[in-house]
Design a protein around this ligand. Structure first.
Ligand code: SAM
Length: 208
């Protein structure tokens, strides 16, 4: 079953800020600073769309953004965001089911993969990999476990909460790093947040 955040759309941002303060926002704003001017961007799982406001603060114009969200409620909120002179195409579907023209300069996956079991991770990863142009940047933010006891507690609580409410399929973090390595990506930069529990990483696609 696909993770659909429809039920949580109206309180998702408030809850995440209550739990994580500005860490989720800061990790994504850090990534957005790597977006080149005038680029074509695919955002998968942008949630309520505040990332569009932040992207527009950095690039008020010149971007061509394709914004894909599986949740209709999340997408409706995203459409109300400030996008300046940037062009945005909104699509309400699972990103792995959307046929798009390959050749994006940037792919952004903000806390998307941690919702999925391995099979879905592979599907989504391969799909997005094929859409990103060689030399393009993949900006990924996710949770990670670095051995502190409270990380496990928080992770388990999140999985239970979002499984009950939104039907997410995951019960452990996928090995996303492994996928990027296997597909021949280079790490350009990375930064951790919230006691290393959150990692934002900038990858460059080397092969075709
Ligand atoms: C954990 S939330 C993160 C939201 C946002 N990136 C943030 O940090 O506030 C994951 C988002 O991905 C969306 N999503 C889940 N599976 C998806 C898929 N296959 N394709 C597109 N969006 C998806 C959910 O509806 C949800 O809005």
């Amino acid at each position: 079953m696909a993770a659909n955040f429809d039920n949580s759309a109206w309180f998702y941002d408030r809850l995440s800020r209550l739990v994580y303060g500005k860490a989720l926002v800061n990790s994504q704003v850090y990534l957005l600073n790597f977006v080149p001017v005038n680029s074509t961007i695919l955002i998968a799982g942008g949630g309520t769309g505040w990332i569009l406001d932040e992207l527009t603060k950095i690039h008020p114009a010149g971007l061509q953004i394709t914004y894909v969200e599986i949740s209709a409620n999340m997408l409706a909120l995203s459409k109300k965001r400030t996008t300046g002179q940037n062009e945005v195409v909104f699509i309400n579907d699972a990103v792995e089911n959307v046929k798009l023209t390959a050749g994006f300069d940037v792919v952004i996956t903000p806390f998307l993969f941690d919702n999925f079991v391995n099979e879905t991770v592979d599907n989504v990863f391969n799909h997005l990999h094929n859409l990103l142009k060689p030399g393009g940047l993949w900006l990924n933010a996710d949770f990670q476990l670095t051995g502190r006891w409270w990380q496990n507690v928080m992770l388990k609580s999140m999985f239970i909460f979002f499984r009950l409410l939104c039907g997410i399929e995951a019960s452990k973090l996928p090995a996303i790093e492994k996928r990027f390595n296997a597909a021949g990506y280079a790490v350009v930069d990375d930064k951790t947040f919230f006691g290393d529990f959150i990692v934002a990483r900038v990858y460059r696609k080397l092969s075709s």
